[in-house]
Design a protein around this ligand. Structure first.
Ligand SMILES: [Mg+2]
Length: 219
């Protein structure tokens, strides 16, 4: 049976930093809060979305407010900023190659619909993936293991690898007891990632086929 690989989306398969930034800023401004700098924002990428908003507008506000800001952000990125999304170099080629030997899944903290829209805008065929799990498909998102577990459950296949750029991907994979391969295409340095003890670190997705071959040959 083919093994299952769960991919994070943002900064693993695609770059959508600008779209996320502009949609978050527009949303928080609509609710009367001040923008933050792009550089400060980038450090928040990969966190659960409710936490991103808390970091921007402050903790201790009404629960409903965080949700409203997130809902508007999700709408804005799809309607207004989706075109700012690009596939990372080599992603399409690598996915097609891996598809021959593995089952592929997307497990992301974006909503299911945002994932489909961003992949489409990046020119990545969503049919390459056997399953797509977004934050609205589970009760708690990464760093909880729910998205990974849900993909495994739907496909009746235990995930063999998680691939992602952030420390939250590592935390989620560890909780799901799945091997984790970190990529350096996000905003986390090798040192940041190393501290969380991923099983492997590669510079980008393009090194993944060779690494997987090596791991499989050794086992
Ligand atoms: Mg990511």
């Amino acid at each position: 049976m083919k093994k299952l690989i769960c991919f994070d989306m943002d900064n693993t398969l695609i770059n959508s930093d600008k779209g996320h930034f502009h949609s978050y800023m527009e949303s928080i401004e609509k609710f009367g809060f001040k923008r933050i700098s792009y550089w400060r924002f980038l450090k928040l990428m990969g966190m659960p979305k409710e936490q991103v908003v808390r970091e921007i507008i402050g903790y201790g506000k009404k629960e409903n407010l965080y949700k409203k800001i997130n809902d508007l952000q999700a709408k804005l990125i799809e309607i207004k900023y989706v075109h700012m999304t690009k596939a990372l170099r080599g992603t399409k080629r690598v996915l097609k190659k891996l598809k021959k030997d593995y089952k592929l899944a997307v497990t992301s903290n974006c909503s299911h619909r945002t994932i489909l829209n961003l992949l489409k805008s990046a020119g990545i065929n969503y049919r390459l993936f056997e399953v797509i799990v977004g934050n609205d498909d589970v009760r708690i998102s990464k760093p909880a293991p729910s998205e990974i577990r849900k993909a495994s459950k739907i496909l009746h296949t235990r995930a063999s690898y998680v691939v992602g750029d952030s420390i939250y991907d590592i935390m989620a994979a560890k909780r799901a007891k799945v091997k984790v391969i970190s990529v350096l295409t996000g905003h986390y340095s090798r040192e940041d990632l190393k501290r969380r003890r991923p099983d492997y670190i590669v510079s980008s997705l393009r090194q993944l086929p060779r690494l997987l071959k090596k791991i499989e040959n050794e086992s």
